[in-house]
Ligand binder design. Structure first.
Ligand code: SF4
Ligand SMILES: [Zn+2]
Ligand SMILES: [Zn+2]
Length: 455
């Protein structure tokens, strides 16, 4: 599923075939499209389209190129439009020093005023910035002190700016231009977590390859998604889901995205989410606040039963591997793991357990021998080489002894004949060499994961 978070389907280039354009979008899994107003007239046109077609939403606002149209009447019209259910944002607003169609001081004033309207009405903003990055941040700071959420659409700034905007809880959105050979931002795209991204077409403009030069339309969002998938090492479905999840969090248009998952797919792997309970309380973990992984909400209300899980898995052969891994410690449900694993064992699909390695502490016995024959690989994540630091960041319920016990678990798992891996996240400052030695001493392989990449 995709959400085209920014389109202008009210332009007259769609006059003859808009129904076909929307049908093609739906056929290509673009479930929702948001038409973005550039002035009052087009904001009303966007609203009209939401009444004509399912899955369409709209925004209301004055584009910086149209800033001279902004006056008291316009601001009242925006406020009025915001009362409509299908109007989900103020936009597009911002600064455009590339085209400079309105004096810069007017653009700044109009941008500031509309930011305040969004803040006062508690709706997100869709921001358009071209060659005005410094002023943009200053205006948001001065006008609303960043007390507004939103997206920078067709992002064209640098990586440092993107990181600052993300820290201010903004999203950045990318369009067809990232598919061009001439696009210079690949390194930046690589540095921005996909959890902070949306995708858009900006139709009828910025048509992605291979249709560059023709009119753009929402169904072409797949080319932009594919480009991101290639860059991020994810599947196009992953990109569609994650960016849709993000769009829903911002605009509230796809509540189904928040459905908690007992099993969830990333790339070709299926993950099983047995529990939210854990023996640790890691400082960086969002288990209790917002357990979301790659566009999957893992905040289950109840722990799944074996039958529910087997049903949710379906045919295991659709997957490359099946992994017990949620926002919680799977071995707290040892019997569940054993039952589920034994039921899917026959498929021949590799089964992995991601664990914090506290299993033997939890049960005061060596559970690795019980996993032998059921689990092909045990993966223990380890982000430090030192017991005190481990306790400081993991805050385990077993105190500093847990570090030694966890290393012993790795060793026992290896001795039980299970392929055992120590995984570390590639964050600066980590002593990979020392952790590597600990892993080697315990007989485990060391695997380095990219920061923020699951799977
Ligand atoms: S071990 Fe994993 S699930 Fe448990 S608190 Fe730490 S990061 Fe969260
Ligand atoms: Zn724009
Ligand atoms: Zn636009």
């Amino acid at each position: 599923m995709f959400i085209d978070s920014h389109a202008h389907l009210y332009f007259d280039s769609y006059d003859d075939d808009l129904s076909d354009v929307i049908r093609r979008a739906k056929d290509d899994e673009v479930k929702y499209m948001i038409n973005i107003g550039i002035d009052i007239e087009t904001s009303y046109q966007s609203l009209q389209l939401t009444k004509k077609f399912d899955g369409l939403f709209a925004s209301a606002g004055i584009h910086p190129n149209e800033a001279l149209k902004y006056d008291k009447t316009a601001s009242c019209e925006i406020e009025k439009l915001l009362k409509e259910d299908k109007i989900v944002a103020v936009g597009e607003i911002g600064l455009d020093y590339y085209r400079d169609r309105a004096p810069r001081d007017v653009q700044i004033k109009v941008f500031s005023e509309q930011l305040k309207i969004a803040r006062d009405n508690d709706v997100p903003v869709v921001i358009h910035i071209r060659e005005a990055w410094e002023d943009a941040e200053e205006v948001i700071e001065k006008a609303v002190n960043w007390e507004v959420k939103g997206v920078f659409h067709c992002y064209s700034g640098d990586q440092e700016t993107a990181q600052r905007l993300i820290r201010k809880k903004f999203l950045v959105s990318f369009g067809g231009y990232i598919t061009y050979n001439s696009y210079k931002g690949n390194e930046m795209l690589d540095g921005i977590p996909v959890e902070k991204m949306m995708i858009e077409t900006d139709s009828p403009f910025l048509t992605p390859m291979p249709f560059r030069g023709r009119r753009n339309e929402s169904s072409y969002i797949k080319f932009t998604a594919q480009r991101l998938a290639d860059l991020k090492g994810l599947s196009i479905d992953d990109i569609g889901r994650i960016t849709s999840f993000n769009a829903n969090r911002l605009f509230g248009i796809a509540p189904e995205m928040e459905e908690p998952k007992i099993v969830y797919r990333i790339r070709d792997s299926l993950y099983i989410n047995p529990t939210l309970r854990c023996t640790s309380d890691c400082v960086f973990c969002s288990r209790l606040t917002d357990p979301v992984v790659k566009g999957h909400n893992l905040k289950i209300k109840e722990e799944p039963t074996v039958d529910e899980t087997i049903n949710a898995i379906g045919d295991p052969k659709q997957y490359k591997e099946i992994v017990f891994c949620g926002y919680g410690e799977p071995t707290l449900r040892l019997d569940f793991i054993k039952d589920v694993a034994s039921k899917i064992r026959g498929s021949g699909i590799p089964i992995r357990l991601n664990t914090n390695g506290h299993g033997n502490l939890i049960y005061s016995r060596n559970i690795t021998t019980e996993l032998k024959g059921l689990i092909d690989e045990v993966s223990v994540s380890l982000n430090t080489h030192d017991a005190e630091h481990y306790q400081k960041i993991m805050r385990t319920e077993y105190g500093t002894d847990s570090f030694k016990a966890m290393l012993d678990f790795i060793k026992k798992s290896n001795e039980a004949g299970i392929n055992t891996v120590v995984s570390i996240v590639d964050i600066p400052g980590l002593d990979k060499e020392k952790i590597g030695k600990l892993a080697a001493d315990a007989g485990a392989e060391l695997r380095v994961r990219r920061y923020n990449e699951v799977g």
